[in-house]
Design a binder for this molecule. Structure first.
Ligand code: IMP
Length: 183
């Protein structure tokens, strides 16, 4: 059994409430749909596992025809700092050649994961690639990456909830909170 505390009432402080997240996602959906020609078919790629909750809510807010794909990436072990080592743990199930791809990420921190993903996708010849992240942590950026849609600009803190984890835990919190537990 892990010794990591899962007592979120004690270990987390709410940063973005469920109500605030829901409202922002509605706006993001409209921004995204408005940025494409009406009827453009999108291939929305969720980056596993952190974006799953965001992805599920976001696609329901985008009024465009779309397909869903997922890609598994590992960039963090159980620590709160980026290892800088990025690898694909599970790949897309369909080709993105000639398709309009929207990458959906939970958080962009150093930018290393997104940089890797964008370079990788470029080799697959999509018609276009845009990036949507729920959280942008610009203070800790190591490499510049294009971000077309951002939910919230996040302070330099380790955050959990609404899909984001610490050592695999806290993903099911309905809000995003700053983690103050033992890290
Ligand atoms: P980057 O490669 O440093 O930009 O990190 C991207 C990935 O690191 C995200 O998809 C998250 O899985 C993880 N990550 C970065 N910051 C946080 C955080 O504050 N909380 C939880 N996960 C984070």
């Amino acid at each position: 059994m892990s010794s990591i505390s899962t007592d979120w009432r004690k270990d987390t402080e709410v940063l973005y409430s469920k109500v605030k997240i829901t409202a922002r996602i509605e706006e993001l959906g409209q921004e995204i749909a408005a940025s494409y020609e009406p009827g453009t078919e999108l291939c929305v790629v969720g980056v596993l596992k952190g974006s799953v909750l965001f992805f599920a809510d976001l696609i329901r807010a985008i009024e465009q025809p779309l397909h869903c794909e997922f890609i598994g990436i590992s960039s963090y072990g159980d620590a709160t700092k980026s290892s800088g080592v990025v690898k694909i743990t599970s790949d897309l199930t369909h080709s993105i050649e000639g398709r309009h791809v929207l990458i959906v990420e939970d958080i962009i921190d150093t930018g290393l994961t997104m940089q890797y993903l964008l370079k990788n996708f470029e080799t697959r010849s999509p018609a276009s690639v845009k990036v949507c992240t729920l959280l942008d942590k610009p203070v800790t950026r190591k490499v510049e990456v294009p971000i077309h849609f951002t939910g919230f600009e996040c302070p330099d803190a380790f955050v959990v909830g609404y899909g984001l984890d610490y050592a695999g835990k806290f993903r099911n919190l309905p809000f995003i909170g700053v983690y103050h537990g033992d890290a």
